[in-house]
Design a protein around this ligand. Sequence first.
Ligand SMILES: [Zn+2]
Length: 292
Amino acid sequence: PQILKLFSNLKKEDLNHAYLFTGKEGMGKSKLAKQLAKSLQCPTGKLLKPCEKCPACLSKNLETTILKGPQKISIDEIRKIQKKMNFKSQDNSFKICIIDNAERLTQEASNCLLKILEEPPEKSIFILTTSKPKLIFSTIHSRCQTIKFLPVPKDILEQELKKLFPDQEINPEIINYADGAPGKAIKLLGNQEFATELEEQKKLLYEFLKGSTPKRFQITTELSKLTYPEIKNTLEQWLSIVNLDLKKARNPQNENLTTFLKLLLEIKQKTDYNLNKRILLDQLAILGPKIE
Ligand SMILES: [Zn+2]
C-alpha cells in the first residue's frame, strides 16, 4: 500500500530512469512493474491507473520489453534492448524494460546494463525485480532507486483475501504458510491439494524428528532424489510446520524445535548454491536434534 501511494503521488515525468524492486517471491513485484509500464504508455491514464480503453491499453504493448524466465541473461540480450531503447518511437512515448529476477544477469550483461543506466536514453525506464538483492552487483544497485516490498502482516493479508474471495473459507494454515506474500496466498487458495500435502509433510517431518538415525537417512536419501526446487519447497513446508507448532504450545520440545528451525533455514539457503544434495540433506539427519 505504501508503494502504491509512493507512485500515485508521482507524475509520469518525475519517474527515475531505473528502479530495483526487492522483496520475497509472491509480493507482486513484477505485477506492479507491468502495471506501471502499462500506465506509462496510456496517454490519458495516471500513473498506475491506465484507462484500459485506449489502443495502447488494449493492444499488446510494443514499447515494453519484459525479460522473464529462469535462464541467465546474456550481454547480447542487453545489447538488443539497448538498441530498442535508443530508437525513438513515433509518438515519443515511454520505452520500458522490465527485467524479472535480475540476479540472472551475467557479469558482462550487468556491466553493459550499467553503461546504459549511466547515460539512459530519453524517456526510457528500467525496472528490475529480484528476491535476491544480494546477488545484484552493487554498481547496479547504486544506479537504481530501490523499492522494498515488505511482507504483509497476517491480519491485513487475511482481510484482503476475504475481500478478494468472499465465498471462500480462508484456511489459517494458508495465511501462515504464505508468510506475508499475497501472491503466494492466492496461489495456495486455488490449490485444493495444499492442505492434504501439508498434512502428509507433517507426518513425514515427525517421522524424521522422532526417527532413529537409519530412519532419518532413509528419509533424507529419498528427499535427495528430488530436484532442487522440489527440495526447497519441501524444506519450506517443514519450516512452516515447525514454525506453526512452535507457536501452538509451550511444550518441552520447543528448544529442540527451535534448534531444528535454525538448521532448516541454513540448509534451505544452501539449496541456492547447487551443492551435492545428499551431503546437504544428510546434515539434517546428523545435526538435527532428536524429538521424543
Ligand atoms: Zn489507456
